[in-house]
Design a protein around this ligand. Structure first.
Ligand code: NAG
Length: 398
C-alpha cells in the first residue's frame, strides 16, 4: 500500500517535472482515511513567473486559492479548503466517504498582479474496509493549518500510538473545532480554535482509553472538575499536542449494526398485474340538520335579539312621550331634568322653617337634651375633657 502510494507520488512528481506545473496531479486514496494536500505558494509563484529561472528573481506574492469540483461551483462534500492568510500555504483536506473519481480545479489568484493560474487534482477514491475502532480527541492548543502538515500529523499520531499501545493507527479525520460549533477565540496569544483528530485501529482500545468509558470519569467531566489521569496515560511529547480528556470519544464499529426489520406490509397493497378497483362511494349524507343547526338557529337568534334591541331603543326611552318632532331629543331630556331639579329645589326651600335637628347644634347634651351656652362651658373652671366624660355633674349649674 505504502509502496503504491509513494510510486504514485513519484510518478506525479515526474509528470509535473516533464510537462510543467499545469499537468494534472493524480492521487489514489482509500475511503475513510484522511487526505491532505498542501497548496504550495512557491509552486504557484513559479507558474506566475515562468521566466524566473532566467532572471533569478522570484517574488513572494500574496495569493489566495479557490477550489471546486470540475463543472461544479463548490468542492465535494468531504473535501475542505483552508488558508489562513494570503502569505500562507493552503490545504485541501478531508476524508472521502464513498469510492469514485473527483477532479478538483485549483485556481490561484495573485493578489499583487491579479493574475490567475490553475492546477488540476485527480482524486481516485478506492473502497476499503473501515477500521472497527475509532477514537476522537480534541487538541485545544492547535489550529487546523498547524496540524495538517504531515510532520505535525506524525507527531500527534505517535503520541496516540503510545496511548493506544499499538502501531497500527490511522488518522481518519481532522476537523477544525469551528466547523463543529466551536467559538472563535480571542485574537490573543494562547488562544486557539482547537482541532478534533479522529484515529482508527484494528486493535481494541487500550486500558488508558477505556477509562473514558468509566462512570467515574464521566461524572468528573460533568462536574467540570479536573480529571485525574494516571501518569502512565498522559502522553504528549509537545505541550500543544496534549488532548482534552473530557472531549475524548470512543466509537466501536466492530459489532454489525442490527439491521432494521423490513417494513410490514399493510392491507391494500395491489397484487402485480391487477387493476385498481376503486371502492364503492360512501352512502349519501343528509346535510339538512347540520344546515339548520349552523345557519338557521343562529339567524333566528340574531333576528330575535335585533327586534328586542330595536324595541328597547325606540319604545322604552325616557322622555320619549314628550317627543317633539322639531326639538332634538337630547335637548328635550335636558329640559325635562332642569325642570324637575328646580321643582325639587323649590320644595326644599319651602321646608326651611323647620328648626334644624338638635344633634347639629353646638354643645348639645345627648342625655339631658339640655343646651348649654357656649360662653358658660368655656369657663376655665370646667375642664373640657371631663365635660365630655361626666356631663351630668360638670354641666350642672353652680
Ligand atoms: C470528518 O469530520 C467532518 C466534520 O465533523 C464531518 O463532516 C465528516 O463527516 C467526517 N468524516 C468522516 C469520514 O468521519
Amino acid at each position: 500500500m505504502a509502496g503504491e502510494k509513494s510510486w504514485l507520488f513519484l510518478s506525479a512528481v515526474w509528470a509535473v517535472s516533464l510537462l510543467g506545473a499545469n499537468a494534472d496531479l493524480k492521487f489514489t486514496i482509500p475511503v475513510g482515511k484522511l487526505f491532505t494536500y498542501e497548496l504550495m505558494r512557491e509552486t504557484f509563484q513559479n507558474d506566475f513567473q515562468p521566466l524566473s529561472i532566467l532572471t533569478g528573481i522570484l517574488y513572494d506574492d500574496p495569493m489566495v486559492f479557490k477550489c471546486n469540483l470540475q463543472h461544479f461551483p463548490d468542492l465535494p462534500e468531504w473535501l475542505r479548503l483552508t488558508q489562513r492568510h494570503p502569505y500562507d500555504n493552503g490545504f485541501l483536506y478531508g476524508t472521502p466517504t464513498s469510492p469514485g473519481k473527483s477532479i478538483i480545479e485549483i485556481n490561484a489568484i495573485n493578489k499583487r498582479t491579479y493574475e490567475t493560474t490553475n492546477e488540476k487534482l485527480i482524486i481516485q477514491v478506492i473502497p476499503e474496509k473501515t477500521l472497527p475502532y475509532h477514537a476522537e480527541f480534541f487538541i485545544k492548543l492547535r489550529e487546523i493549518e498547524k496540524v495538517l502538515p504531515s510532520p505535525v500529523q506524525d507527531e500527534i499520531k505517535q503520541d496516540l500510538q503510545k496511548l493506544w499501545k499499538t502501531e497500527a493507527l490511522e488518522i481518519v479525520n481532522i476537523t477544525n473545532a469551528l466547523d463543529r460549533g466551536g467559538r472563535v477565540p480571542f485574537p490573543l496569544a494562547g488562544h486557539y480554535e482547537g482541532v478534533y483528530v479522529k484515529v482508527g485501529s484494528e486493535k481494541y482500545f487500550s486500558d488508558c482509553l477505556q477509562r473514558v468509558l468509566t462512570p467515574i470519569h464521566q461524572k468528573q467531566c460533568k462536574a467540570g472538575s479536573k480529571v485525574k489521569i494516571p501518569g502512565g496515560c498522559s502522553y504528549c511529547s509537545i505541550p500543544s499536542n496534549c488532548i482534552t480528556w473530557c472531549k475524548t470519544k470512543l466509537f466501536d464499529f466492530s459489532m454489525p449494526e442490527p439491521s432494521t426489520p423490513p417494513p410490514t406490509m399493510g392491507p391494500g397493497i395491489l397484487e402485480s398485474g391487477e387493476d385498481f378497483d376503486p371502492p364503492e362511494s360512501p352512502p349519501g349524507r343528509d346535510f339538512l340538520p347540520d344546515y339548520l343547526v349552523t345557519v338557521i338557529v343562529p339567524l333566528i337568534l340574531a333576528i330575535v335579539l335585533c327586534i328586542l334591541l330595536a324595541y328597547i331603543m325606540c319604545c322604552r326611552r325616557e322622555g320619549v312621550e314628550k317627543r317633539n318632532a322639531k326639538t332634538p331629543e337630547i335637548q328635550l331630556y335636558h329640559h325635562h331634568t332642569i325642570h324637575g331639579n328646580s321643582n325639587e329645589l323649590r320644595r326644599m326651600a319651602s321646608g326651611r322653617g323647620v328648626p334644624a335637628p338638635m344633634s347639629t347644634l353646638p354643645m348639645f347634651n345627648f342625655r339631658t337634651g339640655e343646651r348649654a351656652s357656649p360662653l358658660q362651658s368655656d369657663s376655665p373652671r370646667i375642664p373640657l375633657i371631663m365635660a365630655q366624660h361626666e356631663p351630668s355633674i360638670d354641666t350642672l349649674p353652680r
